[in-house]
Ligand binder design. Structure first.
Ligand code: BES
Ligand code: ZN
Ligand code: ZN
Length: 483
């Protein structure tokens, strides 16, 4: 529970988190609560606390615990460290003894308070569904958090966006046999319940066969789960306004297929539907924020599993577009699923722009690690807009090149195109994107490879815990609102 109110309660049983700048060193720091101000002064005179970035210092006042969260210089405040410090304060051991957390921003600045909201909601998330918890263990993740700030629509929106980041994380973190195609379909139907202005199309196995989604069906061939394509059309602007399409890779599990993934590479592959999860989270966000754009939300959902029916390396398969594809590797399945969905949308919905999100390549982890999503685009305007939104939201993106000559990398000797590159392991992310590019025609298109950013195996990277991060939600919300 998060609550934003002008005045804090200063509850006896609260932990107070206070953003603190380097000014405490020079004594310039003033604070309306005199007792607190004098405690801070004492600590700073004694050299115990300087307000540096990354410092956390607990002050005991009567029975209240105040955690001073150092964030460095006020002038060039780093909002990432604001979010990190709030996460750390909330998760600090002091919390066991308190009922709630009250946060003081020190100054009511919009960007700082927004970062605090994100630090609180995103930073206190933890995937604990399968951890047995003793009844009397009041966990630190269920505290009420109050932030002191004047009411502002921006803050209400930040709460919604951050909660939807966590909604997406829940979808990604749970077991692949729980979050199946049917589960995702149900999730979308739930999101759309009692909502007007959204038209949902669901393509089941029969429809996909009739419509000739040959590539998506091939990927799903070795699975006992149903394939699905979900297309939700949201009209937030005038009827004649162009549509932007968001397209998500929804591999509920990726074993690699017959080109089976080795141990060490398969264990987290329930995350391979992160693109689709983000698209569903964006649908929810568009509805809750009433975003004034026309948007198509599309998910291509399959499971890359193996049995005797599984599609095979060396197969040639005809996809929705009519192009034939040589299967160089069954583990390059995401691009196959997306190719059919992209070709379908381009032909039938004619969107003015397309952004796809996909955990597409291990290569993007090699190139950019876990902090930056890889961007590949055929349109500079679109790419610039996305990079701007990445800057604004801290949902980070770095652009990689896309150029005509790359086309050679995906040539096949026996089909129109191949799903693996002739560059033998070189440039995996941009050759993978090049495959997708062959299916969008002239439509301005941007591809976000979130294989590195959607899921992190680390207890505390930035303000995220272990597991899904919800990458893309803050980025695309900002992009859609501003472009
Ligand atoms: N889902 C994987 C990519 C992935 C890797 C996602 C790490 C998340 C974390 C994708 O389907 C895949 O296996 N790609 C192959 C492509 C290759 C066979 C051309 C890869 O990156 O190795
Ligand atoms: Zn794969
Ligand atoms: Zn995959």
């Amino acid at each position: 529970m998060i609550d934003i109110r002008s005045k804090l309660k200063f509850d006896k049983e609260s932990l107070i988190a206070l953003l603190t700048f380097e000014q405490v060193k020079s004594g310039v720091f003033s604070f309306q609560n005199k007792d607190l101000a004098s405690e801070i002064k004492k600590a700073s005179v004694a050299g115990q606390f300087e307000g540096n970035k990354g410092e956390l210092f607990p002050v005991l006042m009567e029975k209240k615990i105040v955690v001073l969260c150092g964030v460095g210089k006020e002038k060039d405040i780093n909002l990432t460290s604001v979010r990190i410090q709030l996460r750390r304060a909330i998760l600090s051991g002091y919390l066991k003894k308190v009922k709630s957390v009250e946060v003081i921003a020190y100054k009511d600045k919009e960007d700082v308070v927004t970062a605090l909201i994100e630090g609180a909601v995103i930073g206190s998330y933890s995937w604990r569904k399968y951890i047995s918890i003793k009844k009397d263990d009041k966990t630190v993740f269920e505290k009420n958090i109050t932030i002191a700030a004047r009411p502002n629509k921006v803050y209400d929106e930040a709460v919604i966006i951050s909660q939807n980041v966590n909604f997406v994380r829940d979808l990604i973190n749970d077991n692949a046999d729980t979050v199946t195609s049917l589960f995702l379909e149900k999730t979308v139907r739930n999101v759309l319940k009692n909502q007007k202005g959204v038209n949902l199309q669901v393509f089941d196995r029969n429809k996909l066969k009739a419509k000739k989604f040959g590539l998506l069906l091939a990927v799903n061939q070795g699975s006992n789960k149903e394939p699905r394509v979900l297309i939700a059309k949201y009209q937030g602007a005038g009827k004649k306004d162009p549509y932007i399409a968001l397209v998500g890779k929804g591999l509920t599990y990726d074993t690699g297929g017959l080109n089976l993934k080795p141990t060490g590479h398969m264990e987290t592959m329930r995350q391979d539907m992160s693109g689709a999860a983000c698209v569903i989270g964006m649908l929810k966000t568009a509805l809750e924020l009433k975003i004034k754009k026309n948007i198509i939300f599309a998910c291509g959902i399959a499971e890359n599993a193996i049995d005797a029916n599984a599609y095979k390396p060396g197969d040639v398969i005809t996809g929705y577009s009519g192009k034939t594809v040589e299967i160089g590797n069954t583990d390059a399945e995401g691009r196959l699923v997306l190719a059919d969905v992209l070709a379908y949308l381009v032909k039938n919905e004619k969107p003015a722009r397309i952004i796809d999100l996909a955990t597409l390549t291990g290569a993007v982890v090699v190139a950019l690690g876990h902090d930056y999503t890889g961007l590949v685009s055929n349109d500079d305007d679109l790419a610039r807009g996305i990079l701007k939104s990445a800057q604004a939201t801290d949902d980070r993106v770095w652009q990689l090149p896309s150029y005509l000559e790359l086309r050679d990398s995906m040539k096949s000797k026996i089909a129109d195109i191949k799903n693996t590159s002739n560059y033998k392991g070189a440039a995996g992310t941009i050759t993978g994107a090049e495959f997708l590019r062959q299916f969008v025609g002239d439509v301005p298109w941007a591809h976000l490879d979130i294989a590195g950013t959607a899921f992190v195996e680390n207890d505390s990277r930035w303000y995220f815990g272990h597991g899904a991060t919800g990458a893309g939600v803050r980025l695309l919300t900002h992009y859609l609102k501003n472009n």
